[in-house]
Design a protein around this ligand. Structure first.
Ligand code: ADP
Length: 205
């Protein structure tokens, strides 16, 4: 599929100019799955997935970066949504961002003492974001590494939940509706985590 290839080239260019190549990463594991390191707000995909909090009224980390880049209209729309429960997602316009939509999902605050609960919630984030993507005709989606920042989810476990949930979703879809899923990493620890998890769930050809 041609669009996915041109996207690959665009991403590689961005990657090289902004943050250097992802060390040791295959830029794409297959036609549909990508790993990108850098600022998610720069990606002109159909939808980016924001790691928000339950208020949806802005925060630090990737949420802060997305609101700064989108401009104040994003916050205005978020105010109308009445928040979002942990493990669930809501979709908005993207305003000044180069993408078309923002999917706001609320990851769990990680607790080792209830790791199963944290995992179920994180799985819910990916699953509900993918369902929203389908409903809104999103073909290319870029996920931030939900909960791996201030919410403290261990990077490798989080990457495994992300990959497993996307893989199951694509298998259930026959892989036909979503053209590309990009996992966006920012810090070295998450690059390492995805480089370990991706080949297990999406073996290179
Ligand atoms: P959470 O509260 O869900 O942990 P954070 O925003 O603290 O959310 O972190 C989520 C992930 O987003 C982390 O992996 C962090 O490194 C990453 N991140 C922070 N800023 C950006 C950005 N501009 N683009 C992409 N990822 C980012």
């Amino acid at each position: 599929d041609i669009p996915s290839l041109s996207l690959l080239y665009k991403l590689n260019k961005l990657d090289a100019s902004r943050s250097g190549p992802v060390e040791g990463a295959h830029p794409f594991y297959n036609e549909q799955i990508g790993l990108y390191r850098g600022d998610i707000t720069k990606l002109d995909v159909d939808a980016i997935v924001n790691a928000a909090n339950e208020s949806l009224l802005g925060g630090g980390g990737v949420d802060g970066a997305i609101h700064r880049a989108a401009g104040p209209d994003l916050l205005e729309e978020c105010r109308t949504l009445q928040g979002c429960f942990t493990g669930e997602s809501k979709i908005t316009s993207a305003y000044e961002l180069p993408c078309k939509k923002v999917i706001h999902t609320v990851g769990p605050v990680y607790r080792a003492s209830s790791a199963g609960k944290s995992r179920a919630a994180l799985r819910g984030c990916y699953q509900s974001s993918l369902e929203l993507a389908l409903q809104h005709d999103v073909k290319t989606i870029a996920f931030s590494a939900i909960s791996t920042g201030v919410y403290g989810y261990p990077s490798l476990e989080a990457a495994e939940v992300a990959c497993d949930t996307v893989r199951r979703f694509m298998d259930a879809q026959g892989g036909l509706q979503l053209h590309k899923v990009i996992f966006v990493t920012f810090e070295e620890k998450d690059v390492r985590a995805y480089n370990r998890a991706l080949p297990q769930y999406f073996p290179p050809p």
